[in-house]
Design a protein around this ligand. Structure first.
Ligand SMILES: *Cc1c(COP(=O)(O)O)cnc(C)c1O
Length: 243
């Protein structure tokens, strides 16, 4: 797999999507999803100029981050268990997968202990899929003020995973709904939210057309993940070893 060629292709697609809706290319950030990829591949991607990377499991991220160039920035994008919040706060610049009030409280607690603030996104299960985590839109709006009141947490915006489909157009209503939810949240909070994390390898162009500011791209950049690597989505497969 030629990383440089893949990246050029992604950038062409990014630019075309921005052009279609008259958005500034600089308003979209490409987050390279490095789950299932060894540190050497991350270094190769960093050499091409990428600086923002995403991991969906604490154990894997923790092991990898220390082996990668220290100037890189890391976001946690997969479901976080409460007992791993300490590491999440320590290793990641942002946690994109805050999916309950309880988890938000636990993250706040560990951020307080390490005397820092923790940027987060609230993950929304827009399509109500049973196998995905995330707050339902109703829960999001109901719990928002309480989550926002946690002193160490900084809510930057919302994140979602669209249902898998070979036709990216089918994801559009989900992305559009997330954008509307962001506006509803801004009204509740009386303050702007800057980030909408949505779109992956198969659907990031549609996500950009609907307002994504962060697109999380794995396979289109690195090629397919080695067998046994974390699946797309956020929960380990049923029966998988829990570390
Ligand atoms: C794996 C993953 C991605 C990237 O998926 P690709 O289809 O490989 O681009 C994005 N977001 C999350 C939360 C993921 O788990």
């Amino acid at each position: 797999m030629d990383l440089a060629a893949n990246l050029r292709d992604i950038q062409t697609r990014l630019r075309a999507a921005c052009d279609r809706v008259q958005r500034d290319l600089a308003s979209v950030t490409l987050l390279a999803v490095s789950k299932g990829q060894p540190p050497e591949r991350v270094k190769a991607a960093a050499d091409l100029g990428l600086t923002l990377f995403g991991e969906n499991r604490i154990q894997e991220g923790k092991a990898k981050i220390g082996l990668c160039p220290s100037r890189l920035r890391w976001h946690l994008i997969g479901h976080l268990q409460s007992n791993k919040c300490r590491d999440a706060v320590h290793f990641f610049e942002m946690i994109q997968s805050v999916d309950s009030l309880e988890l938000a409280r636990e993250i706040d607690k560990w951020a307080e202990k390490s005397a820092q603030r923790m940027p987060v996104l609230l993950e929304v299960n827009v399509a109500g899929e049973a196998n995905k985590s995330g707050l339902s839109p109703e829960q999001l709006l109901a719990r928002l003020k309480e989550i926002n009141a946690l002193p160490r947490l900084e809510i930057y915006g919302l994140m979602t995973l669209a249902p898998w489909t070979p036709e990216p157009e089918k994801a559009r209503p989900v992305f559009r709904r997330l954008r509307e939810l962001k506006t509803e949240c801004e009204q509740i909070l009386g303050a702007p939210l800057t980030q909408l994390s949505m779109g992956m390898s198969g659907d990031f162009e549609v996500a950009i057309e609907e307002g994504a500011t962060l697109v999380r791209v794995g396979t289109a950049l690195f090629g397919s993940r080695p067998a046994g690597a974390s699946p797309t989505g956020d929960r380990p497969p049923f029966g998988a070893l829990q570390s």
